[in-house]
Design a protein around this ligand. Structure first.
Ligand SMILES: [Zn+2]
Length: 344
């Protein structure tokens, strides 16, 4: 479905009194960005996917998680650069080609810092657009409740075309999050706005869903209503799902299944998760990351994001995974997942 059809439908819904939008939507007309299609959009510009090696699809290079929401995070810059640059240099030396930074707006996202970090470390970094609706919507700004779905999508599409916060630094994916159980009104709205943003931009939608199987199914239903294929959607924190068949069902439909909590104590568990997907024939839909955090707020422990290279890949090989399968998991899958492309 294109935007014009969507607008027609929204106008019809408003006319029928089914949708509480109080003003008519007048979206800017946007040309699809052909130059970005088929590329991965990093904070220093588009990069050909085949030029990237292994990609970490879910880390927090910088984060204010746990602190009050802030439009502009207040970082101690010299401490930040001193801490983070060596960490990025190290993962780059271990073979990492790019990191997707999942710190969303209002919980630590800062595109200018990310670009500086990419320049200083030589590692490709990717930032995001969208709003984070988990932890009881603590990081959802007030305007998200007042505005229509299309107005929210318009904000995120403006970040896509003009850069995050007007910096010219463009997001490489949409990051949102939902709370547990059936989708709340605001979480459903965020997912729908993400779907419409995808339809216009081709940006992949990564949704913190965790073990919420009901919420995952409802999200896929929203995507279907919006004409977005499940392959544009990532089930974030899927390692918390204790029903492997639910993950296999979503993978069967084309969704990406992200096991992103790799840590020192989870190696065996993560190998089992990947094996379960392999047995069900869905190795080609699995993403792996740490959900690490290299510059958390004071009082939070940093979480490393080098274990994939130092410990987890060797553990996979020991468990019988071939080099080609490891490449599928760490190179081909994330590359395909994050390549800008409209999927309908
Ligand atoms: Zn995370």
């Amino acid at each position: 479905m294109n935007r014009r059809e969507l607008l027609k439908r929204s106008a019809a819904l408003m006319g029928a009194g089914l949708w509480g939008g109080s003003e008519l939507i007048s979206p800017k007309s946007r040309e699809p960005d052909r130059a970005a299609e088929g590329q991965i959009m990093t904070v220093t510009g588009p990069v050909a996917p085949e030029d990237l090696g292994p990609i970490l699809p879910h880390e927090h290079v910088i984060s204010r998680f746990g602190e009050p929401p802030a439009r502009r995070p207040d970082y101690d810059l010299s401490a930040l650069f001193d801490t983070v640059v060596p960490i990025l240099e190290r993962v780059k030396a271990l073979g990492c080609g790019a990191i997707m930074d999942c710190s969303a707006a209002y919980l630590g996202r800062d595109p200018l810092i990310m670009r500086r970090l990419a320049e200083m470390s030589g590692l490709h970094l990717v930032t995001n657009t969208g709003y984070y609706g988990a932890v009881d919507d603590r990081y959802v700004p007030d305007h998200a409740y007042d505005e229509t779905v299309d107005q929210l999508a318009d904000r995120w599409l403006t970040e896509w075309s003009d850069g995050v916060d007007g910096t010219g630094i463009r997001p490489g994916f949409i990051k949102t999050a939902v709370d547990g159980g059936s989708l709340s009104d605001i979480d459903r709205k965020l997912v729908r706005a993400a779907a419409r943003t995808h339809t216009e931009s081709g940006l992949t939608i990564a949704v913190h869903t965790s073990g919420n199987v009901t919420g995952a199914r409802e999200q896929l239903a929203v995507l279907e209503e919006e004409g977005v294929h499940p392959s544009a959607w990532i089930w974030v924190h899927a390692q918390n799902v204790d029903a492997p068949d639910a993950l296999a069902d979503a993978a069967e439909r084309g969704a990406w299944i992200e096991f992103d909590g790799i840590g020192p104590d989870t190696i065996d568990r993560h190998v089992e998760l990947v094996q379960a997907m392999k047995q069900r024939g869905h190795l080609g839909r699995v993403l792996l990351s740490h959900d690490g955090s290299s510059f958390p707020p004071e009082g939070s422990e940093p979480r490393p994001y080098d274990l994939l290279f130092t410990t987890f890949i060797p553990a996979l090989k020991e468990a019988g995974f071939s080099g080609a399968e490891v490449r599928t998991l760490t190179v081909d899958n994330p590359r395909r997942a994050f390549t800008v492309r409209i999927r309908n």
